[in-house]
Every structure is written in C-alpha cells, then in structure tokens.
Design a protein around this ligand. Structure first.
Ligand code: MN
Length: 237
C-alpha cells in the first residue's frame, strides 16, 4: 500500500518572489508515514480542484494574517502582514476539503483559514481585542519547540485522543485567534485565558485546526508527533 499523499500549502515571500515552506511540516508528515508534496501557489480553481483529486489529505501551514475583509471586517491597524494569493488559494482549499470530507490539518494560520473559510471570524489582535484581562503570553520568546502555555482539551475530541490527556503544554506564536466559531466546528482546546487553541469540524473524517505549532515540537518530544500520525492515518485510502 502506498503512502498517503499530503498536499502542503506553501508560504510566499513577496519581497523575494519565492514560494517556500518552513521546516517541520513535510518532515513531520514523513515521520508520521505520509508522503508530503508542496503545492504550487495558485488561486486557479480548476488546478486546485485537480490537485485535490490527487492528494489524500491537506495540510494548511502557518503564516501571516488573513485579510480581515474575508471574514467581513476592515483591516485594523494591528492586523499584520497579509498574503492575498495564499488567502485566495487556502480559503478555497479549506472549504473544499471540509465539504468533500477530505482529511485536513490546519496549523496556526491554517486553523484560522479553516474557520474563516466556513464563515467564522478572527481576532485581528488578541492583545487589543480579547475581552480577557488576563491573557497569557501567546508570542513566546522561548525556543520554538518549548511549550510555554497550557491548554485544556475537550474529552471525546481528536486532540484529546492525540494527547491521551485533557491538559497539555503547547508552544505559541500568534497574535490572532479564532473569535466567532463557524457553524459546524466545535472548540476542542482552549488556553487558560479562554483563547481558542483547537477546533474540529464535526461529522468529518478528520478536520482539525490547532493554534500551536506541532511541526516545531515533535523533534523534541514525540507526543507532539501523534497529531501528524493521526492525520496521516486518516488519509490512508
Ligand atoms: Mn497560544
């Protein structure tokens, strides 16, 4: 039996005009038994539809902020760098994967794209907009693999099955977060300040979004590879 083919969405650097991927995503898929392939940056829906027919699963990688107009808001001063080509490509792919029951894993921006693609909204900046007056530090200065804040995990969720427990530490590199959860998703992990750290689309083979970066953690602690393994297993034809 061949390894499941997992399409990974690329990063794009507008100053250098290069498509690239950061370390940990493709390596994590390989380590978990899958075969990653970096998708081209394109918003051509015919091409994206054909690519989706070829791949067995979709990994939405991390990245810059989503254009707030894609979830019905104007871009406020504290919304950061945006990537219009990635927005267009990934909003299409995320929605298609969810509606077609194709396995998908969204990491950081990837989770935010999943939510926005299905009609949810984001905090453009949690430090400016969250009602919590006791936010924990979500933009860590510790090494990238180091879990700096804790999350509470919902029982009977993919994330709980992955960790095998209901409390875990995760790393954190985000100033945005899911605000209004799109219909069809349930929140399956939160940090202690109430910021949403994981969502899962219900009645789907595997549609998990996480706000942390497991691709930077599994090399140090194998427990963080389990999410990749569960994802790849769900992609087996
Ligand atoms: Mn966080």
């Amino acid at each position: 039996m061949g390894k499941p083919l997992i399409g990974v969405t690329p990063w794009y650097d507008y100053s250098k005009n290069i498509t690239y991927i950061k370390p940990g995503y493709c390596e994590g898929i390989i380590e978990a038994g899958g075969m990653p392939v970096l998708l081209p940056l394109t918003a051509n829906e015919d091409i994206l539809t054909c690519l989706m027919d070829e791949i067995d699963g979709l990994l939405l990688s991390g990245g810059p902020d989503v254009d707030a107009r894609l979830y019905g808001e104007q871009n406020l001063p504290f919304n950061g760098e945006i990537s219009p080509h990635r927005d267009k490509m990934e909003m299409f792919l995320a929605k298609k994967a969810i509606l077609d029951n194709k396995p998908l894993l969204g990491i950081c921006r990837g989770m935010q794209v999943m939510n926005a693609a299905m009609g949810g909204t984001l905090f453009q900046d949690i430090y400016s907009q969250s009602k919590s007056n006791s936010l924990v530090k979500h933009s860590q200065d510790a090494p990238k693999w180091y879990p700096t804040h804790d999350i509470h995990i919902e029982k009977d969720s993919r994330v709980a099955a992955s960790f095998g427990k209901h409390y875990a530490g995760v790393n954190s590199f985000h100033h945005q977060a899911v605000k209004d959860v799109a219909e069809g998703f349930k929140v399956t992990a939160m940090s202690v300040d109430g910021i949403i750290e994981a969502v899962e689309y219900e009645d789907h083979i595997f549609a998990v979004g996480v706000q942390w970066h497991p691709e930077l953690m599994w090399q140090e602690n194998g427990i963080y590879l389990k999410l990749f393994i569960d994802f790849v297993c769900s992609c087996v034809k």
